[in-house]
Design a protein around this ligand. Structure first.
Ligand code: DGY
Length: 418
């Protein structure tokens, strides 16, 4: 079967009625940034269904504008922590944290490429006020001091759960002695050597108890949450999303461009302040320690996707990518392969992720490095040919890892034509 037909088959199989689960068993609900990538995939063969993905996602939006990272549209017993553990009292039930805000950028891309322009304009126009409310929430509640960067309160929010970037910050989170007992479900679906450690899970769950004690009040979390970082994935995705939101505002005549321009001015300088000249890349930042987190990750390239980098810094990033390429067979490993915490098969500690490759390649292409972009594209293609549409891949052997028949990897095969 061609990759394209197989990708369509997977998206259809993971369709649960207007929303796409990432993969059966391991992730049986709708996740925020997965939904964004899935929508891009659907766009290539069913535009109406693609727009519906966002409509279902925004059913989970909170009254304060927050878009949660999981919408539990219907009960499923194969995942933990489910709606009871989150206890957010939203209908439909949702988690209580967010995830990389890809929506505005993907809505723009879909609008620009849609064959059915009438449908696309109607859908994008209707989504706009909801996306604006979400971005206002980010500004108001995650960056109240207007630093230009947002506070992230959980590794799950970053999407890159067990990245070595969060090791020290997470190790400082005390394990809650009253933590209700729990049974992990992830390790019954996937080999535990490809998933986070138990010590990390205890802290993921302890953080969840902190949110509940704070009643999900973000301003309290700025004071009381023991895990506070700046995540390059969140802030770079948000910066680009704000550029695209301003574009949508102008396109439809909503008139919000000046407000959004103020956000962009702050984040432009603040993202660039995360640059490390000696290392030749950008670092995440620990807000509790007030210090950069000195481990290179695939997110270290995302200021190219944001569009904040100078041409000189883009050039340095190409050199950095080349040095990584000498150490692995397939780009882009999620952690610097020369770093001591690099683990080529453990989730975000080394494996290659097709969706990150797409964002990084787009950045390189836009900065005038088509060879780097094409190398990343070709590597992603080879991985899909070799191992199917896995959740992630081993950067040296190319083995498929994590969940199988994975929606966002399949979606990239369609949208990005890998
Ligand atoms: C998980 O459960 O592994 C997810 O990444 C949390 O969203």
């Amino acid at each position: 079967m061609s990759l394209e037909r197989e990708a369509i088959r997977i998206l259809r199989a993971n369709d649960r009625g207007g929303f796409t689960i990432p993969t059966a068993g391991l992730y049986p609900f709708q996740w925020l940034w997965d939904a964004g990538f899935s929508a891009l995939g659907w766009m290539k063969f069913d535009e109406a269904r693609a727009w519906q993905e966002f409509e279902r996602l925004f059913e989970g939006q909170w009254a304060n504008g927050m878009l949660p990272h999981i919408v539990f549209h219907r009960p499923e017993a194969t995942y933990f922590p489910g709606p009871d553990r989150w206890g957010t009292r939203h209908t439909p039930p949702t988690s209580g944290i967010t995830q990389p805000p890809v929506v505005a950028s993907f809505v723009r891309m879909m609008l620009e490429q849609a064959e059915d322009q009438t449908l696309a304009q109607t859908k994008a126009r209707a989504l706009y006020p909801k996306i604006l409310a979400y971005h206002r929430w980010f500004k108001r509640e995650r960056d109240p001091a207007n630093t230009g960067l947002t506070n992230t309160f959980h590794p799950w929010e970053t999407g890159a759960d067990n990245s070595p970037a969060w090791d020290e910050a997470l190790a400082r989170v005390p394990v809650d002695p009253t933590l209700p007992p729990y049974t992990r479900r992830d390790t019954s679906h996937v080999d535990p050597s490809q998933r986070p450690h138990q010590a990390e899970y205890d802290r993921y769950l302890s953080l969840l108890e902190v949110y509940k004690r704070c009643d999900y009040d973000q301003l309290r979390l700025h004071r009381e949450c023991p895990f506070r970082v700046v995540s390059l994935i969140i802030d770079c995705v948000l910066h680009r999303a704000n550029r695209d939101l301003a574009w949508l505002s102008a396109r439809f005549g909503f008139g919000d461009e000046t407000e959004i321009a103020g956000w962009l001015e702050a984040s432009q300088g603040a993202i660039e302040a995360l640059w490390d000249e000696e290392a030749g890349l950008y670092y995440n930042y620990d807000r509790v320690q007030d210090a950069p987190i000195r481990v290179g990750t695939s997110a270290s390239f995302l200021p190219l996707y944001a569009g904040t980098s100078s041409p000189q810094r883009a050039h340095r990033l190409v050199r950095t990518l080349e040095s990584w390429a000498e150490q692995v067979r397939y780009l882009v490993p999620s952690t610097d392969p020369g770093h001591p915490s690099y683990e080529p098969q453990r989730y975000w500690r080394g494996p290659v992720w097709a969706i990150m490759n797409y964002l990084i390649a787009q950045g390189f292409a836009e900065y005038g490095y088509p060879e780097a972009a094409e190398r990343i594209h070709q590597d992603t293609l080879k991985l899909a040919e070799l191992s199917g549409f896995s959740e992630y891949y081993h950067p040296t052997t190319g083995a498929g890892l994590g969940g199988g028949e994975f929606s966002w990897t399949a979606a990239m095969a369609l949208w990005w034509e890998v």
